[in-house]
Design a protein around this ligand. Sequence first.
Ligand SMILES: NC(=O)N[C@@H](CC(=O)O)C(=O)O
Length: 349
Amino acid sequence: MTRMATISVTSPADFHCHLRQPPMSELVTPHVLKGGFRLAYIMPNTKPPITTTAQAVEYKEQLQRIEPNVEFLMTLYLSPDLTPEEVKKAKAAGVVGVKSYPRGVTTGSEGGIESYEVYYPVFEAMEEAGLVLNLHGEVPSDAANNICVLNAEIAFLPHLIKLHAVFPKLKIVLEHATTRQAVEAVKSLGDTVACTITAHHLAMTADDWAGNSWHFCKPVAKFPDDRQALQDVIREGHPRFFLGSDSAPHPPKSKSIAQPSSPCAAGVYTSPVLLPLVAHLLESFGALDKLETFVSTNGRKFYSREVALGTAPIKLERAAIHIEEEWKMGDEAVVPFWAGKQLNWSIAQ
Ligand SMILES: NC(=O)N[C@@H](CC(=O)O)C(=O)O
């Protein structure tokens, strides 16, 4: 079999991305384009979180000033500030989704939710307006119920199943799935339920973050069989699974554990090399022919963001690159996933 030397991908879209605020946002926002992406779906777990339409509109303007050549799709942080009236306002202002963080499970989830039922009127308004519900699919650790990071996603799945049963027309995305059970649950549900998969979860298992704080993210990578399920569903080309990188920049000092008392920040950073990294990984498990399906077609279809006619594709060439050791701007720095490692693909200039 001849190995392809180039691949063209139409308008790659990253449906889960953290871009933070200045000064970090000034360093990382241009990396979306650099990594080959033309659309980024922006998470609202800033400090303070994006809880109102006015904040989301202002945040979008801020990001567009930094990088005018990317389309930013905005989300709100699910909190008591979100009312059915605010949902209508958000829809009218072009906000696309609402992100739910269960309290205390990850970076910026201090103000997260404790119960889904109290938000049913909000979900009803979202279903009517056509806003998407983005779920961080983990329950908080709970020793009394034997829940920790390893089974927190599986324990969450009944919430997903119930939400879909109560709101069958509400578009729901289970974000950054890491388990075979999550893949099977999403497959078993209706067409309004989709699932994002990150690049790093296609590469790692628990062995990779146990002992390496740079690889720590939430949800954590699980068993080899779970990674296999993520790879298989992409190889299969299932239409409701697509890329959401969950690229999450953190300053190096909060990732390297210098003090035993300071916990390691959860998050892995992939934006600057995202498309070459995804191509490299898909090729490693025989799914390179599904690259465009995974990074563009499926997600764009679910979110009704079809590519504008005449959009020039992004071309990748089989030319090895080394991932940068660090990205810096002024006092800000971030260390990417697989720093220093070689990838087999790069973006053709
Ligand atoms: N994935 C992570 O480990 N971290 C994300 C938050 C999140 O999406 O969980 C972050 O904002 O750093």
